[in-house]
Ligand binder design. Structure first.
Ligand SMILES: Cc1cc2nc3c(=O)[nH]c(=O)nc-3n(C[C@H](O)[C@H](O)[C@H](O)COP(=O)(O)OP(=O)(O)OC[C@H]3O[C@@H](n4cnc5c(N)ncnc54)[C@H](O)[C@@H]3O)c2cc1C
Length: 253
């Protein structure tokens, strides 16, 4: 067993995503057939500019036609419990029922990792959990239960810190939504790290859509979280009036 680190790999994304989103968008306003628009080979700059305008306008449904698939490892079960709350996404997660955890890796929160006393206690607890899991498996075996029959019940002692691997697919509209919530300073640190890494990869592949993506304050020009939770980067919305206009230049959030 050992501590582990976040690793995100972009597995795949919709090919010709710009042409696809452009064709879907244009179908709303054009007498032409999207099938013909999609085949157009020139006008890359026009297509990119059109998509940027559409994203800025909030007309987001055409973005649903293009999707991204990420492989994620080195994250905790605490993270994936939050991640899978995003319903407009597809997930395939490593099973603790089929995969034996006799040497489980775990994620250590930074607040614990940088404090020697807490770190020592945390690591001791992980070792104890491992011993307990292994002991349950041994006892199940002596009672004739092996494989998934044993794993599925022994896993009940595993911690939220236990490392897991998951494949995530989201369409571009859901990704923007995910980034608005999970790149926010108020988001939990681990899922925020994941969201920022996914945003970095998505932005590199499809800047037409993701160049200005990020936490919701960046989009709104004010912080909707309220005084208690605001990180202070953007002014609070007071008396229903944002202190800055919408659509300010956006960064990573
Ligand atoms: C800072 C923070 C703190 C949180 N704290 C808690 C907490 O304490 N407890 C808790 O349980 N959760 C908590 N959550 C999770 C949160 O409530 C959402 O479940 C999670 O962020 C997924 O968001 P979503 O539902 O908007 O996203 P998705 O499921 O990805 O949905 C995207 C959008 O689709 C639409 N949509 C999807 N499904 C439906 C539906 N059935 N009906 C209508 N519209 C739909 C909505 O517009 C939704 O915003 C927290 C999230 C954050 C970011």
């Amino acid at each position: 067993m050992s501590q582990t680190r976040l690793h995100v790999k972009l597995l795949d994304r919709t090919p010709r995503a710009v042409a696809l989103i452009y064709a879907a968008c244009r179908q709303c306003y054009s007498v032409q057939f999207a099938g013909a628009i999609f085949q157009e080979r020139d006008g890359a700059g026009r297509r990119a500019g059109f998509i940027r305008k559409v994203v800025a306008s909030g007309h987001e449904s055409p973005l649903e036609h293009a999707k991204f698939t990420f492989a994620v490892e080195g994250v905790s079960r605490a993270l994936t419990h939050q991640l899978v709350r995003h319903r407009i996404a597809s997930f395939s997660q490593q099973s603790q029922r089929y995969v034996k955890e006799t040497a489980f890796d775990y994620v250590t929160p930074p607040s614990i990792a940088r404090d020697p006393e807490l770190k020592e206690e945390f690591e001791r607890t992980m070792e104890h959990v491992q011993e307990c899991y292994n002991s349950l498996l041994a006892k199940f075996k002596s009672r004739g239960k092996v494989g998934e029959q044993a794993f599925q019940d022994a896993r009940f002692v595993l911690p939220q810190a236990a490392e897991t691997k998951i494949v995530v697919t989201m369409n571009c509209r859901e990704l923007l939504h995910f980034f608005r919530h999970r790149c926010c300073a108020r988001a939990q640190w681990e899922i925020k790290r994941l969201a920022e890494e996914m945003l970095r990869l998505a932005r590199r592949e499809l800047p037409e859509v993701f160049e200005t993506a990020g936490a919701k304050c960046v989009d709104l020009g004010y912080c909707p979280e309220g005084e208690r939770f605001s990180c202070g980067r953007y002014p609070l919305k007071r008396n229903g009036v944002p202190k800055r206009p919408r659509r300010v230049k956006r960064g990573t959030g």
